[in-house]
Design a protein around this ligand. Structure first.
Ligand SMILES: Nc1nc2c(ncn2[C@@H]2O[C@H](COP(=O)(O)OP(=O)(O)OP(=O)(O)O)[C@@H](O)[C@H]2O)c(=O)[nH]1
Length: 364
């Protein structure tokens, strides 16, 4: 099974006996694999489908049963339920995945454009480690082959442990970049879907599907460096749901979660494609607006605030007005790095709360 997360026999062994009693437990044995209680036959696993995240295991149902010839156990049936597999079906594109060291889990899709790997924040795959050169190596498509070229890195690029100036990549090749190892996953390899799923889980918030706090922090760090380098500005908005505790207390956490999902949807509808939105706390969101000063960011935040205030919410079936407060800070002194920018936006948010909520305050 890709990634080794779930064992599954090859097609011609479907129907083969699985003798381990542990798989007859009736509980989830691994992500994406759900075992039903054993009524009448020995468990069999089908090979179709890719078992993936636990939250999406419900369909389609693959079911098989087989006799337990020669066994003195009672015959049992086990259903193995697989998920739909990764979100993006069909033939998969090639990608690079960091499988060891700094940047672990990070992946980059390989299309027709050359991909730069290095420590520079201009790289397509940034590996922020001193063992990696700013522009370390490049991967590009030539004809129907992906090729890799070392760009004069201090620690030369290695493919399957051989230093290379330029080479053709084959599915499964290990590329050593400084102290990190990348894996090249070729076109059509189902493992690409597995890594995509893992990456999605590691970088996104499960409730809202926005980026999670950790990933947002990484992006913020990188964009601040880029903004300083190019003498651009950027602004950070921190959005906090007003009086959310009473919503939970009155209608329960499930209704509260639905409110958070709706607000996330409103945020998603308001950001441009190069803005970055995340859920950074329980009822706290962040939006990073690139190349945007405080004035435009405040106007954006107020449009967002007004959209939430105008939206229809009915937690537990009871219509209720929900509002948010927003703190805005631009990347200007003293807010010049991630922590000072976050602190400035937080302080502005605090003032918005103090001033009565359902409003936007800018730092400074
Ligand atoms: N439903 C749900 N609630 C959450 C989640 N994470 C945090 N919360 C709740 O969010 C609420 C936050 O409450 P407070 O920090 O007191 O703030 P508030 O009631 O929104 O009040 P102000 O921020 O002062 O306007 C708490 O009740 C948390 O339990 C979550 O994932 N789902």
């Amino acid at each position: 099974m890709p990634g080794g997360s779930v064992a599954s026999p090859p097609a011609d062994t479907a129907g083969e006996r699985v003798a381990s009693s542990s798989v007859l437990s009736g509980s989830r044995s691994s992500p994406g694999l759900v075992m039903a209680p054993p009524p009448s036959h020995v468990p069999c696993m089908l090979t179709e489908g890719v078992a993936t995240a636990v939250d999406r295991v419900h369909s389609p149902l693959k079911e098989a049963s087989c006799d337990m010839a020669g066994s003195d156990q009672l015959p049992t049936t086990q259903r193995t339920v697989y998920s739909d597999g990764p979100r993006h079906g069909g033939r998969r594109g090639a990608c690079l995945v960091v499988i060891h060291g700094e940047g672990l889990g990070r992946r980059v899709d390989l299309g027709g454009q050359p991909v730069l790997i290095g420590r520079s924040d201009e790289a397509d795959l940034v590996i922020s480690h001193r063992s990696v050169s700013r522009s370390h190596c490049q991967v590009w498509l030539q004809g129907d082959e992906y090729r890799i070229r070392d760009l004069g890195a201090t620690n030369p690029t290695r493919v399957n442990d051989q230093p290379v100036a330029e080479a053709v990549l084959a599915d499964g090749d290990h590329i050593v970049v400084g102290e990190s190892i990348l894996k090249f996953i070729g076109h059509g390899n189902v493992e690409a879907g597995y890594h995509e799923e893992i990456y999605q889980l590691a970088t996104h918030d499960a409730l809202t599907e926005l980026y999670n706090r950790r990933h947002f922090s990484e992006i913020l760090e990188r964009e601040i460096a880029r903004a300083h380098r190019h003498r651009h500005t950027l602004s950070l908005c921190i959005v906090d749901v007003d009086l959310f505790k009473p919503v939970n207390d009155t209608f329960g956490h499930i209704a509260g979660d639905e409110v958070l999902r709706t607000i996330a949807g409103i945020i998603r509808n308001h950001v441009r494609s190069d803005d970055v939105a995340a859920r950074i706390g329980g009822e706290e969101f962040a939006v990073l607006l690139l190349e945007t000063g405080a004035e435009a960011a405040t106007a954006f935040a107020d449009r967002l605030r007004a959209a939430v205030a105008a939206a229809h919410f009915a937690p537990g079936g009871v219509p209720r007005r929900i509002t948010v407060s927003v703190g805005v800070a631009e990347l200007v002194p003293p807010a010049v790095d991630r922590s000072t920018l976050m602190a400035a936006a937080d302080a502005a948010l605090y003032r918005a709360k103090e001033a009565g909520r359902d409003r936007v305050c800018a730092a400074g």
